[in-house]
Design a protein around this ligand. Structure first.
Ligand SMILES: Nc1nc(=O)c2c([nH]1)NC[C@@H]1CN(c3ccc(C(=O)N[C@@H](CCC(=O)O)C(=O)O)cc3)C=[N+]21
Ligand SMILES: [Mg+2]
Length: 277
């Protein structure tokens, strides 16, 4: 049997802790989510983030802009939120519509309010390992591994995927915990040869069921970051049927990394509110 890395349960514990801390402090941290356009998946995520924020005692601010917004329109909203003392965290939901310059929008967020950890200032802090807000999915992966006491120092970690949002920052966080880290990507030759060396394998390639049994060392810990909607429901980047009983531990989809991502967003908002980083 493979251990299930129950992100839903771990995330619920994190949210409980936050709720207690926030109510004891008598404060109301504010999280602003900016949604541009009407991507149905984004709508659901934004609604869930607002719900989760309110459930721990935060104020949730939603700013919606039409699909045909210009970069300047989005920048104006971000600037307003930067100046708003009731707003401690700002998240601009990605992807942005064609014609909105993602880099300019993200860079406009004050680093103190960058609860997504995506500004160059936050990325620089991550590389330097100085205090800063870390990207939510990578931070969630680390908290999930820690919750199950997965040993990292000196062990082999392999990340499949090199995106600025997930793969790359995850590799850096694993490195900061003294794992020996490799990154695989779409140009890697015979990636399974490297993946098979992993004690901890993180699948963040954005390709449904890419990681099969022949990629995984028996007993390895496998974290599935992928989330794809198919006719047969949600699937991850991991072909979980072929890994069942082969992997030592495996994060489910849904109920794994997704809920952790939202919990980390709330943690970052609380950190941003307190200003100690
Ligand atoms: N600026 C920005 N920051 C993000 O962090 C960001 C983003 N844009 N754009 C989209 C992706 C995707 N993302 C998810 C968050 C939670 C779940 C989640 O809670 N999933 C649940 C439910 C799955 C379902 O039923 O859809 C689960 O895996 O169990 C999934 C995906 C954050 N993203
Ligand atoms: Mg990638």
């Amino acid at each position: 049997m493979s251990t299930i890395l129950d992100g839903k349960a771990v995330a619920a514990r994190i949210r409980e802790g936050l709720k207690t801390e926030i109510s004891q402090s008598g404060s109301e941290p504010g999280l602003a989510v900016v949604l541009v356009g009407n991507d149905p998946a984004s709508e659901i995520y934004v609604r869930n983030k607002g719900k989760a924020a309110r459930a721990v005692g935060m104020r949730s601010i939603e700013q919606r802009l039409p699909e045909d917004s210009r970069t300047e329109d989005v920048l104006a909203v971000v600037k307003e939120l930067n100046e708003d003392p009731a707003v401690h965290g700002i998240l601009v939901q990605l992807p942005l519509p064609q014609g909105v310059d993602r880099r300019r929008v993200i860079e406009a967020i004050r680093p103190e309010k960058d609860v997504d950890g995506l500004t160059q200032a936050s990325q620089g802090a991550l590389v330097e390992m100085t205090p800063g807000l870390r990207p939510c999915t990578p931070a969630g992966i680390m908290d999930l591994l820690d919750a199950y006491h997965v040993e990292l120092a000196g062990r082999r970690a392999v990340v499949v995927g090199r995106s600025a949002l997930v793969g790359l920052p995850t590799a850096l966080l694993l490195l900061s915990r003294h794992a020996t880290v490799s990154i695989l990507h779409s140009r890697s030759e015979e990636p399974w040869r490297v993946a098979r060396e992993a004690d901890v394998l993180v699948a963040a390639a954005g390709r449904p069921r890419l990681v099969t049994r022949d990629w995984v060392k028996p007993g390895a810990v496998v974290v599935d970051v992928g989330i794809h909607r198919t006719e047969n429901g949600l699937v991850g980047d991991v072909d979980r049927e072929s890994l069942e009983g082969h992997a030592g531990a495996l994060s489910p989809v849904p109920g794994g990394v997704g809920p952790m991502t939202i919990a980390e967003l709330l943690k970052n908002t609380w950190t941003a509110y307190r200003g100690l980083r």
